[in-house]
Design a binder for this molecule. Structure first.
Ligand code: PLP
Length: 379
């Protein structure tokens, strides 16, 4: 077996990228409306990210995290500056699942408890701990037994959540909007209730903002729109502008008793420089505001259209279009006939998760292409 035996390869060979576009080996252009699994938040090959990485590469490629380093310190400072108030303690790692692993470990250590309450349809990553907090049995069943003491409640059900959380609960782990699980925004007061019940029991509230964060929903963090500050917040995907970096932001009471943890590559200078540049771009280019405006435009176009769809859900540029039949066939036609790459979120949802630098004209292009492929599918 050669190459990847995990991913089913797509019949397009991508060799270049710029902004929201990808280019195949024949020079054909594709609009990357899935941002390559949500990574290309500031677009592909953003010149400021490229230049930050190039200069840092020449200075120092790597040094372990126990030696202070200016690039890493700059990222610590930047993350602390943009973190929700009170979450200025930063742990750096290499991916989303690792950011969640750390959050789970820190919460268990700081509370002395083990039980974690997570949500049905939730997705938190593929390593054993984060996988244990993930809902879909397809992802879990072949690898059991997983980590113990995880309990699932229906997402959005305030009473079920309040009932599940008790004095033995280490943490409640939730996405502010479920991404992979079908693009399901939390009902209005749900995160507030999660905050209240965890406060009452002394449990930690962990919000997984790996997909919702960095401006995608119209605020830098989706929890800010709900007026809720968790005890731990995880970020990854777009954080490194294309390079692998994840972060766990935590409150003082967590950081003070986080337990022993570490990772060889934590806060390497090159990924730190990339992430610092990415966060600067997000602030300077006012990206959350654009995501909100273009997202609203896209959402109203989708709703106003004659598209044979069941529902449109989401906020900003994290949108799910629920279709009547399998999403994968539509995604293939979007790619092959219209040069538009998007993602599924379950069997019947087309997930639109573009780079946050897209404009209304790109959104219009996607709606027109969806109209065409859906008309064809019906014929
Ligand atoms: C993608 C994702 C993860 C996992 O991130 P990886 O970098 O793939 O490990 C975790 N949580 C959410 C909400 C995600 O969207």
């Amino acid at each position: 077996m050669s190459g990847s035996f995990v991913y089913s390869e797509k019949p397009i060979q991508i060799e270049g990228g710029e902004g929201p576009y990808l280019y195949d080996d024949a020079g054909n252009e594709y609009l990357d409306f899935g941002a390559s699994y949500g990574v290309a938040t500031v677009g592909h090959c953003h010149p400021e990210v490229v230049s930050a990485v190039q200069s840092q590469m020449e200075e120092l490629t790597f040094v372990q995290a126990s030696y202070p380093n200016a690039a890493r310190d700059a990222l610590y400072e930047k993350l602390a500056a943009v973190a929700p108030d009170g979450l200025e303690n930063v742990w750096l790692c290499n991916s989303g699942t690792e950011a969640n692993e750390a959050a789970l470990k820190f919460a268990r250590s700081a509370t002395g408890n083990s039980k974690v309450v997570a949500a049905m349809q939730g997705f938190h990553g593929r390593t054993m701990g984060a996988l244990s907090a993930t809902w879909k049995s397809k992802y879990k069943q072949p690898f059991e037994p997983l980590a113990g003491d995880f309990e699932f409640v229906p997402y959005g059900d305030e009473e079920a959540l309040a009932e599940a959380v008790d004095d033995e609960t280490a943490a409640v782990l939730l996405e502010p909007i479920q991404g992979e699980g079908g693009v399901n925004p939390a009902p209005e007061d749900y995160l507030q209730v999660a905050r209240e019940v965890t406060n009452q029991t002394g449990s930690a509230l962990i919000l997984d903002e790996i997909q919702t964060g960095l401006g995608r929903t119209g605020a830098l963090w989706a929890c800010e729109k709900r007026g809720v500050t968790p005890d731990l917040l995880t970020s990854a995907k777009g954080l490194g502008g294309g390079l692998p970096v994840g972060a766990t932001l935590c409150a003082d009471w967590i950081a003070e008793d986080a337990g022993p943890h570490g990772s060889t590559f934590s806060g390497g200078p090159v990924v730190s420089a990339a992430a610092e540049a990415t966060l600067s771009i997000i602030a300077e280019e006012n990206i959350p505001k654009d995501a909100s405006e273009v997202g609203d435009h896209l959402q109203s176009k989708l709703r106003g259209s004659e598209l044979p769809i069941r529902a449109v859900r989401g906020e900003g540029l994290l949108l799910g279009v629920e279709v009547k039949r399998g999403a994968n066939r539509l995604l293939k036609r979007l790619a092959m006939d219209h040069g538009i790459l998007a993602l599924p979120a379950g069997r019947t949802v087309v997930r639109l998760l573009p780079p946050l630098v897209v404009e209304e004209s790109h959104a219009d292009e996607v709606v027109a292409a969806l109209e065409a492929v859906l008309a064809e599918a019906k014929a």
